[in-house]
Design a protein. Structure first.
Length: 162
């Protein structure tokens, strides 16, 4: 692990995003609450939060951090793409006050939420795919603010559940 003991404690926020592509019928079943395993988005939201908190358990060189907030939300795109698939966009925002950033925690939250959606819906759509998982933005620390082209800059107070 990288030694961060000489780094200043700063407020740090990271936002990551990813997509789950599925058949239109799968999205409809999610919207109508008819997936046999339960409320897909509620369970995926909790799984994403848990994933952020457990990141150092699955990413070997990540520091254990005192996360001060995690928010995982979803946006539905019911319009099928060229492959006939609809999409759920997952966005995770993670916040801490620390000596290292929370980019990996945000990326892990998105990935775990996507895997949870797949797990809950695989009985009706084994062809679901994941795509375009990336860091949208991060703030804080020595390197300052990063905003992906086309991204939205974040401030530490935005959209965080304590």
């Amino acid at each position: 692990m990288v030694d961060v003991s000489a780094k200043a404690v700063t407020e740090r926020v990271a936002v990551a995003q990813g997509h789950v592509f599925m058949l239109p019928d799968t999205l409809r079943l999610i919207q109508e609450g008819k997936i046999a395993k339960g409320d897909v988005l509620a369970v995926a939201q909790v799984a994403g939060v848990m994933g952020a908190k457990r990141t150092p358990d699955v990413i070997p060189m990540c520091h254990p951090l005192m996360i001060t907030g995690v928010n995982v939300d979803f946006q539905e795109d019911a319009q099928p793409n060229d492959a006939g698939r609809c999409a759920l966009t997952i966005r995770a925002t993670v916040k801490t006050n620390g000596q290292t950033g929370v980019e990996m925690e945000a990326m892990t939250a998105v990935t775990i939420a996507a895997l949870t959606i797949y797990d809950m819906c695989k009985a009706v759509d084994k062809g679901m795919t994941f795509g375009e998982t990336f860091l949208v933005s991060k703030s804080g620390g020595k390197s300052g603010t990063y905003v992906r082209a086309g991204g939205v800059e974040v401030t530490p107070a935005q959209g965080i559940l304590s």
